[in-house]
Design a protein around this ligand. Structure first.
Ligand SMILES: Cc1ncc(COP(=O)(O)O)c(C=O)c1O
Length: 373
């Protein structure tokens, strides 16, 4: 294999190398079927096992218990912006959003398009979404409270989640799901586009508390109802078989190689406590928003296509661990993001993809110059 190249632009994130290798090893003959996973029937035992594995690992890693169902719905996180208000709003009760960036703004727009009574409870728009709002109170008559746990573009992350009492929380966790453990019990629904943290693009992971399914109005089109996916185990129509298979392997890797989300969070904490990323206000923006025009380059340690390269760089810088099964090679795993002004980087403007070596030396230069303090 030649040098692995990291996409420096928008799009799906890197997958752990061991997962890619496992996919490669069984690609032509999936579990002795004589077919590739892209060819086996979704009504077959082979695929049933894949689906069950993806669901069970999600439940186990997130300690979901029996109160939740795990669904896979095509259309990415963006379709969830629309399905959430469509399915979960309640007559005469506002749907509530906390606006912390680009993705929550889009979610709000989709609820408004449907004519829902939308209340923006808190927003950090006044300061270009550079902080997480606090000090708001959630009225107990509200239908749900929606927020984005990690604001991929703006780079802020909720460290603890809003207290909503009996009002169900609804969360877009696209860019930090499976990077840390959390208590799922206050959540009515969690969704995540797969391509950030858990697999290739092509599906959203949707975790729904069972009682929320009762809210789905019967008049909705079949494919826009959560109940359709729940009643048919996400197989009312042909699901994204390959994507769900890849997700099951990423979850297995997190589960068995990393050792679960507590371990993952430890790894993240270790990076944090090395003193590298101590100023939340400097945390910024996802790698796919690298904006050379504004002369800044934002590297996301969380969902970056560059994470292996950056990991090498950080490891060198910190003298910290790195081995064959390095979690840095993962798809998810950094809670922290850091803003590096592009002028400090020797990356030629607008040239992508960039080789890991160029990036490493460039980031190394930046770190050595102590721009990140
Ligand atoms: C937090 C968040 N929500 C939603 C999306 C949109 O995801 P999708 O492309 O699956 O619709 C993204 C994409 O970057 C994201 O980071």
């Amino acid at each position: 294999m030649g040098m692995r190249i990291y996409n420096f632009n928008a799009g799906p994130a890197a997958l752990p190398l061991p997962v890619l290798e496992e996919i490669q090893a069984e690609f032509l003959d999936f579990k002795g079927s004589g077919m590739s996973i892209t060819e086996v029937s979704h009504r077959s035992k082979w695929f049933d096992d894949v689906m069950e594995d993806a669901i069970e690992r999600t439940k186990r890693l997130l300690h979901l218990g029996d109160k939740f169902e795990v669904l896979f719905i095509q259309g990415g996180a963006s379709l969830q912006f629309c399905m959430v208000p469509m399915n979960l709003s309640l007559e005469g009760r506002p749907v509530v959003y906390i606006n912390t960036g680009t993705w929550s703004t889009k979610a709000i727009k989709e609820a408004k398009i449907q004519g829902k009574e939308v209340r923006v409870l808190a927003s950090s728009e006044d300061q270009n979404f550079s902080y997480i709002p606090s000090g708001f109170e959630i009225d107990q008559t509200e239908a749900y409270v929606h927020f984005t746990s990690n604001n991929t573009i703006k780079g802020t992350q909720w460290s603890t989640f809003p207290e909503a009492g009996n009002v169900p929380l609804v969360c877009d966790m696209s860019s930090d799901i499976m990077s840390r453990p959390f208590d799922a019990s206050p959540f009515g629904l969690i969704y995540a586009g797969a391509q950030k943290n858990i697999g290739p693009s092509g599906t959203a992971l949707v975790i729904i508390r069972k009682d929320m399914l009762e809210r789905t109005p019967s008049h909705l089109p079949t494919m826009l109802k959560y109940t359709t996916f729940s009643e048919k185990n996400s197989m009312f129509n042909t699901p994204s078989c390959f994507v769900i298979y890849a997700i099951s392997l990423v979850l297995k890797w997190i589960d068995e190689t990393i050792g679960g989300l507590e371990k993952m969070a430890d790894i993240n904490a270790k990076i944090r406590t090395q003193g590298l990323l101590t100023q939340p206000h400097k945390m910024a923006v996802d790698s796919h928003l690298i904006d050379f025009g504004k002369r800044r380059c934002c590297l996301s340690f969380q969902r970056s296509k560059l994470r292996e390269a950056i990991a090498d760089c950080i490891s060198d810088f910190l003298g910290c661990f790195r081995n064959e099964n390095t979690p840095f090679a993962g798809n998810t795993q950094f809670e922290n993001q850091v803003l590096i002004p592009a002028r400090h980087m020797k990356i030629p403007q607008k040239r992508m993809p960039i080789s890991p070596h160029e990036l490493i030396s460039s980031v190394n230069d930046v770190m050595n110059a102590s721009i990140i303090k």
